[in-house]
Design a protein around this ligand. Structure first.
Ligand SMILES: C=CC1=C(C)c2cc3[nH]c(cc4nc(cc5[nH]c(cc1n2)c(C)c5CCC(=O)O)C(CCC(=O)O)=C4C)c(C)c3C=C
Ligand code: FE2
Length: 452
């Protein structure tokens, strides 16, 4: 188990008494006897973060530290003046991989794309990534973002804040680095069902912010936007959410706004081929100029609108046919529990497959796509109600893979040709980003590209 070397300098109220602050620090120390209990519990779960406070390594595993999880899995209240466990949970900024990839889903998310300002090139981009990395490191440790801190997150701990940075295809022209642009970043093919708004897609730089507290997440967004200064401006921004840790009696796989259990089939970090599927290996793919991506990953980001009024008019049985899994538990229609394998060959009394030939879970399964797999780590969104009364809501679909041509692309091609879910969703924007590896101590994110 890795141990944290430094105690976090938590944001604190101006009138903090030293002993109050010490209490809060103690809520994330390693001497807590409940650490191991909570850690075991969390490692055995999928989906959203458990309610227990933990320090999470950037690989998503628990490094150490936990506050209490109550008997029903709820967050325990800390000592008077101490941060609740949810607030004290900290994710590592440094590591082999950036945070926000294997980190358990957080309750709040902001996605932003920036374009470099006219005239800004490689030096400005390097300075910006250095500023952003400094800010992300501080905020993820629960510290303030420098002397001009907005104060939005005063009183709160890190709350599992993660900040993830990526580069879009256009970044490399803007910075004169096209020789170092990986082919995996070539634009995605067009899909017949795409209804994409280019103004809400792509961009030179991509930032994903996640946290289990809305103010902590927004605080990070404001700080990073200020850091951008005159070097870059926001191209698009989207806000998302997931269930809050502790909302369910026990940690569960997330649900989306269609009410489905969503995330069951995700590759698990404990699986032997997980790293190979999700992270770029040390040796390739591609020539040595692309070696800066070793340990990185590619993010496909799609705003997928859900046609919820149409969906809600379906019976539960019809909805289950569309996916091939039950709505209540996420179990395959062929029986068993959530994690039981789908029996894709099983026929019903009518002689037809129990899991329909166009069921979403069948078509997207790795075994139907030559092993193509991705780690889906989405946020839901709701951006109000349209004039016709329809909710502008859906999924900020984010998936991670070592190579989009062996992850997202073949699966989406297949879904595009005959997915029963297509009648109820609309892909409205798309982005593909090269997300470099996690920074080593003293390094900023992307330094191996910008200074290599
Ligand atoms: C191209 C990739 C995919 C898109 C786009 C996509 C959109 C999308 N999916 C759901 C809901 C569910 N998806 C489920 C499984 C699933 N989906 C994909 C890929 C895409 N989904 C994969 C690779 C898988 C896993 C298949 C497997 O391993 O068997 C499920 C079932 C539960 C689960 O495994 O997560 C649901 C439910 C929505 C609502 C949506 C767009 C809005
Ligand atoms: Fe899916």
């Amino acid at each position: 188990m890795a141990h944290r070397r430094h105690r976090p300098l938590l944001r604190h109220r101006p009138d903090d008494r030293p002993e109050d602050r010490e209490d809060r620090l103690n809520s994330v120390t390693e001497s807590n006897p409940d650490i191991e209990i909570s850690r075991r519990r969390l490692l055995g779960t999928v989906g959203a973060a458990g309610a227990a406070g933990l320090a999470l390594g950037a690989t998503g595993g628990a490094m150490a530290h936990s506050a209490l999880a109550g008997p029903a899995g709820g967050a325990a209240t800390g000592a008077a003046g101490s941060l609740a466990s949810l607030g004290s949970t900290q994710v590592a900024f440094h590591g082999d991989h950036q945070s926000g990839i294997t980190t358990p889903l957080q309750a709040k998310g902001h996605l932003l794309a920036f374009d470099l300002a006219p005239g800004a090139g490689r030096p400005e981009a390097a300075a910006l990534l250095r500023r952003w990395s400094d800010t992300a490191r501080l905020l993820m440790a629960g510290e303030v973002a420098g002397s001009a801190d907005s104060g939005i997150a005063l009183d709160a701990g890190p709350s599992s804040l993660t900040v993830t940075f990526g580069f879009g295809h256009s970044f490399f022209e803007r910075t004169g680095l096209t020789a170092r642009r990986p082919t995996a970043l070539d634009p995605l093919p067009a899909f017949s069902a795409d209804r994409l708004d280019e103004r809400r897609g792509n961009g030179d730089l991509w930032v994903q912010i996640g946290a289990n507290d809305g103010l902590v997440a927004f605080h990070a967004l404001r700080a990073l936007q200020k850091d951008a200064g005159t070097a870059a401006r926001v191209r698009w921004q989207m806000n998302g959410f997931n269930r809050s840790p502790g909302a369910t009696g026990t940690p569960m796989t997330a649900r989306n706004l269609m009410g489905q259990v969503d995330g069951t089939g995700n590759p698990k970090p404990a699986e032997p081929d997980f790293d190979r599927r999700i992270f770029v290996p040390d040796a390739g793919p591609g020539p040595a100029e692309h070696a800066w991506m070793a340990g990185g990953s590619y993010a496909v980001v799609r705003r997928i609108r859900m046609l919820l009024d149409d969906w809600d008019r379906q019976t539960t049985a019809q909805q289950e046919q569309v996916i091939g899994r039950t709505k209540a538990t996420g179990a395959p229609l062929t029986g068993g529990g959530e994690t039981t394998e789908m029996a894709l060959d099983k026929l019903g009394p009518d002689g037809k497959p129990v899991i329909a030939s166009n069921a979403h879970a069948r078509i997207s399964a790795p075994e139907q796509n030559g092993g193509a797999a991705m780690l889906r780590r989405p946020f839901s969104f709701h951006d109000g109600i349209d004039a016709d009364g329809a909710p502008d809501a859906g999924l900020l679909f984010i998936c991670w893979q070592a190579d989009p041509l062996r992850g997202f692309v073949p699966v989406q091609r297949k879904l595009d040709r005959g997915d029963a879910l297509s009648a109820f969703i609309r892909h409205e924007s798309s982005g593909l980003y090269a997300v470099p590896p996690g920074p080593r101590a003293g390094e900023y994110v992307g330094q191996r590209l910008l200074e290599g």
